[in-house]
Design a protein around this ligand. Sequence first.
Ligand code: 5GP
Ligand code: MN
Length: 338
Amino acid sequence: MDLSKYPIKSIRDKIEKVNNILITTHFNPDGDAIGASLALLNVLKALNKNVSMISPNELPFFLTWMKSATEIINYEQQPHIANEKIENAELIFYIDFNSIDRLAKAGDSFHVSSAYKILIDHHPDPEEFADLIISETKIGSAAELVYEVIKEIGFEEFLNKDIAECIFTGIMTDTGNFSFSCAYPGVWENMSELIKFEIDRDFVFSQVYDNYSESRMRLMGYCLNDKMRIIPEINSAIISLSINEMENFEYKPGDSEGFVNLPFSISGLKFSALLLEKEDHIKLSLRSKGKFDVNKLARKHFKGGGHMNAAGCEASMSLIEAESLLIEILREYMTELQ
Ligand code: 5GP
Ligand code: MN
């Protein structure tokens, strides 16, 4: 990967000059957000920097095993501690998001901070909310981009097995366990380098994918049997879950991970959505196969965003209204969904 268009040396100088460094990522952080951020955090720790990480909200339980994950400050739970860190930060890394809105409640504090801000991201069309923007939309994960940046800066000597596992987790989860966004040689070259750190691939896989409760498995069955709505004329599937239904299956954050992709094993399906009822809004996860652009749909109709084949957004309405609105919108794209 050619990072020569970025002032990489200036990043190294900045890191060397400052002491208080902060890393943050997007709301509802996933394997890539946490893996990429913790890889960077652990490299900066090895450099003896006073570095912390803030997540806008709780991270899913299946990511808590990663090196230094227990040190992550949850902004929703500890806003005072988080705000103090933000005030004292001299350098901030924004990882794996393209708009300040994605920091949710933490956004205002970050926005007013006078620290130098560096964005490392792979989402399309990043907004200008950082002093330096490293944006590579062709790369499958922010974790891989962070790895490339670490190498380019010349911090390779600080890499180790734990850090390689963080990077691997990000690549693995953002490529759907190497099923999409990985059709380029670079990712396999990077994987071969990471494997040399003797990462425990089986351990990482089982922590992330085989670590759920029985009730989560039954919730999955309920979704597929009772809740999945197929709309054949637009090749779409929609699963909606109310708070009550989630409570019936002892739902905890992270339990619905992967549900939105399940309908794609149906032949010819082009679009899938998972709608989750929250206290004051509906969270929509949108996925597509092929050229149907869910990032555009999320942006245009719901002020959301993401990638072409995986995006998300929120809607302030009831679950039934959100589902009806989504179907109405999808019908406008009938020809693209054939
Ligand atoms: P998920 O559906 O798994 O929450 O997110 C899929 C993708 O869409 C990720 O890249 C995520 O960062 C992005 N995304 C999810 N929700 C939102 C949202 O509310 N706004 C924006 N801009 N992006 C989102
Ligand atoms: Mn990502």
